[in-house]
Design a protein around this ligand. Sequence first.
Ligand SMILES: NC(=O)C1=CN([C@@H]2O[C@H](COP(=O)(O)OP(=O)(O)OC[C@H]3O[C@@H](n4cnc5c(N)ncnc54)[C@H](OP(=O)(O)O)[C@@H]3O)[C@@H](O)[C@H]2O)C=CC1
Ligand SMILES: O=C1CO[C@H](CO)[C@@H](O)[C@@H]1O
Length: 275
Amino acid sequence: MELNLQSTVMLNNGVEIPRLGLGVYLAARGEETRQAVRSALVAGYRHIDTARVYANERDVGAAVRESGLPREDVFITTKLWNSDQGYDSALKACERSLKELGLEYVDLYLIHWPVPGRRLDSWRALETLLRDGRCRAIGVSNFMEHHLDELLARAQVVPAVNQVEQHPFLYQPSLLRHCADKGIAVEAYSPLTKGLRLTDPRVVEVARRHGRSAAQVLIRWCLQHDMIVIPKSTHAARIRENATVHDFALSPEDMRQLDGLNEDLYTGWDPREVP
Ligand SMILES: NC(=O)C1=CN([C@@H]2O[C@H](COP(=O)(O)OP(=O)(O)OC[C@H]3O[C@@H](n4cnc5c(N)ncnc54)[C@H](OP(=O)(O)O)[C@@H]3O)[C@@H](O)[C@H]2O)C=CC1
Ligand SMILES: O=C1CO[C@H](CO)[C@@H](O)[C@@H]1O
C-alpha cells in the first residue's frame, strides 16, 4: 500500500479525507492542544479530529489559522455531543462549534453517539447542515450494525463515515464489512488502545521484526484494513513517529497474527449496549 500523509480516501459524496489524522481527545484546552495541532501540521498532517465535548475546538481552529495553511488544505472534523441531540438543538450546536473553531464550515460533522430517541432527528439536522454548506460531509460515530440499519432505512443521505473504536484488541470484521457494503468509510479511534496495549509482547514482537514501534504497527494495521486512523498525541516526537508509517508494510502473516488478538477490549464506552 503506497501511503503518505497526503494519501486520501474518497468518501461516498466525492469529498477526500486524509487517511491519517491527529486526534485531540484529552489534549487540554489552551497551549497543549495548540502545540499538538501546530506540531502535526508542521509534520505534514492535514486532518484533525476534535469534538464539542473535548472542549478544545477553539484551540484547534486557532492553531490551523496560525499555521498559515489555506483553510481548504486542512480537513477538520467535529462532533455533535449527546446533550445537543435533536433537530433544533443539533443545528444550534453545529453553529456553536463553527463559532468556537472560527470556521465557515467543517469538513466532517459526526453524531458522536447513537442516542436513543433522538439520533434520527439529529441526522435530519445534519442533512440540513450539509445542504446549507455548513459541513462538506456528515457521518456517525459509535454506530453498530443495528444503529446503521435503522438510520439507513430513513436517511436521505448515507453517512460518509462511521467512526468507531478499532485496533487488534477490538477487531470487528463484520461491522467493517457492513460499512463497506453500504459505502460508509470507517475511521478507527483509539487505535493505540489509549496506550493500554503498547507493551503487549505479541505486538512488540511484530514491531521488533520491522524495526518499528508498537504504535506504528497498530496504526499500520488500521491502514492495511482500509480504515482511516486518528491517533492522538500531544508530544511532537510521537506525532511524527505516528505518521512515519508509509515506509514499511505488515505481511499477510503479521496481519493474521494481529487479527488474532481480538478480546473485545473497549477502552471507552461499549456502543453495542445502546439500544
Ligand atoms: N468518536 C469517539 O467516540 C471517540 C473518538 N476518539 C478520537 O480518536 C482519537 C484517538 O483516540 P484516543 O482515545 O485519544 O487514544 P489513542 O489510542 O490514540 O492513544 C492515545 C494515547 O497514546 C499515547 N501515545 C500516542 N502516541 C504514542 C506513541 N507513539 N508511543 C507511546 N504512546 C503514545 C498518548 O500519549 P501522549 O499524548 O502523552 O503522547 C495517549 O496517552 C481521539 O483523540 C479522538 O480524536 C477517541 C475516543 C472516542
Ligand atoms: O470521544 C469520546 C471521548 O470522550 C467521551 C467521554 O468523555 C467519549 O464518550 C467519547 O466517545
